[in-house]
Unconditional design. Structure first.
Length: 343
C-alpha cells in the first residue's frame, strides 16, 4: 500500500507538472508586453558577442539578436535590458525567470536541450568550434604538440569535456586550470600561469584582441569540436520559442534576399518579388500568425540590420577580431547558414 501511495503521488506530481507547463504557454510574451521590455542574458564581457562599449552600451552579435527580438515584439530595438552572466550563472538565470532569453555564446547540445527545462529554438547565431590560443614564443604549430601543457579553461562550459576527449583520444596529457570568467582565463595566459588558453575559437579571437600584445599570440589550426552557439529560452512556452526562432530566420532570409537596413523600407513598399513581399509583410498574415505585427521584419532590419550586417559590424574584417564568415556564410555563398521560408 505504501508503494502504491508513492506511485500515485509521483503520477499526480507529473500530471500537475504537465498542466503547469501547458498553462505557461504564451505566458512569456504576455509578461514581456506588460513590463515593456525584454530581459536578455549575455556574457560578462566577450568582444564581438556582448561587451560594454565606451558609453556602457552592451554591443555584439548576441546583444543584437536580443535587440532584433525587441524590434519584432515592440517595434523598438531599444526595449531590451541586459543581464551580464558568467557561464555558471546563465542557465539558472533563465530557469528562474530572471531573464526572458539567453543569448550568450552558448553551445546547443542534446543534454542542455532535453534535461534542463530549457529549449534551443533552432536558430544558430554562430557556428563555432573549440580551439587553442598559445603564445608564439611557445613554438608550437599544432595542438598535437601540447603534451604536458598547462591549459586555462573556463568552468561550466562544454570546452572542459571537449578538451578532455581530445587529449585522451590523442594519447596526450595536460593540466587544466579552471576559472569562472573568460577574462580570468586570458589574464592567466598573459601572466604565464598557463601555456595555452582553450575556448570556442570566436572567444579566442575576442580574448586575443584584449591582450596587451595580441600579435604575440596565435590561434592553433585545429578545431576539435562542433559548437553551434544559439539562443535559449525556457521549455513549455512554444509561442515564445517560435518568436525567437523566426526572428533569427528573418535575419538570414533578409540577407539572402538582399534586403538591408538601407533599403528595407523601400522594398516593403515597392517589391515585386513574392518571397520578399511575404517576408516584409506586404503580402499575407505571417506576422500575426506569430502574434507579431505585419511589419515585424521591417522593424528588425531597419533598426538592427540583417544577419550579414550584424556579423560584419561585430565580428567581421573591419573589426579588431577580423573573423571570416566561414561556416557562417549563407548556404548560397559556401556556408551553412540557412533558414526556412516565410510562406
Amino acid at each position: 500500500m505504501k508503494m502504491l501511495k508513492s506511485t500515485l503521488a509521483v503520477v499526480a506530481a507529473a500530471a500537475a507538472l504537465g498542466v503547469s507547463s501547458f498553462a505557461q504557454a504564451g505566458a512569456t510574451l504576455d509578461a514581456i508586453q506588460k513590463k515593456g521590455f525584454i530581459q536578455c542574458g549575455v556574457s560578462d564581457g566577450l568582444p564581438g558577442f556582448s561587451v560594454p562599449d565606451a558609453k556602457g552600451t552592451i554591443v555584439g552579435i548576441d546583444a543584437d539578436v536580443c535587440r532584433a527580438v525587441a524590434a519584432a515584439v515592440f517595434g523598438d530595438a531599444k526595449k531590451v535590458k541586459f543581464s551580464q552572466l558568467n557561464a555558471k550563472e546563465r542557465f539558472t538565470a533563465l530557469q528562474s525567470g530572471e531573464i526572458d532569453i539567453l543569448s550568450r555564446n552558448t553551445t546547443w547540445t542534446s543534454s542542455r536541450d532535453a534535461s534542463m527545462g530549457l529549449v534551443f529554438p533552432g536558430f544558430v547565431t554562430y557556428y563555432d568550434g573549440v580551439g587553442f590560443l598559445a603564445n608564439s614564443k611557445l613554438g608550437v604549430k599544432s595542438a598535437k604538440e601540447l603534451d604536458g601543457a598547462t591549459i586555462c579553461i573556463q568552468a561550466g562550459t562544454t570546452t572542459e569535456l571537449n578538451v578532455s576527449d581530445y587529449f585522451r583520444s590523442n594519447g596526450l596529457k595536460y593540466t587544466p586550470i579552471t576559472f569562472d570568467t573568460s577574462d580570468e582565463s586570458a589574464k592567466s595566459l598573459e601572466s604565464g600561469r598557463c601555456d595555452v588558453l582553450t575556448s570556442d575559437k570566436s572567444q579566442l579571437y575576442a580574448q586575443r584582441s584584449k591582450l596587451a600584445s595580441p600579435k604575440d599570440y596565435v590561434v592553433l589550426p585545429e578545431t576539435i569540436s562542433k559548437e553551434p552557439l544559439a539562443p535559449v529560452v525556457r521549455r513549455g512556452d512554444e509561442e515564445w520559442a517560435e518568436i525567437v526562432r523566426w526572428v533569427g530566420y528573418a535575419l538570414l532570409n533578409t540577407e539572402e534576399a538582399g534586403v538591408t537596413s538601407k533599403n528595407v523600407e523601400a522594398e516593403a513598399k515597392s517589391t515585386k518579388n513574392p518571397d520578399v513581399a511575404r517576408l516584409l509583410g506586404a503580402d499575407g498574415e505571417y506576422g500575426p500568425q506569430l502574434k507579431l505585427p505585419k511589419d515585424w521584419v521591417v522593424k528588425i532590419v531597419s533598426q538592427v540590420g540583417n544577419y550579414g550586417e550584424i556579423f560584419e559590424k561585430n565580428l567581421g574584417k573591419t573589426t579588431p577580431l577580423e573573423i571570416d564568415r566561414g561556416m557562417n556564410a549563407l548556404w548560397t555563398n559556401g556556408g551553412i547558414q540557412y533558414a526556412p521560408p516565410v510562406r
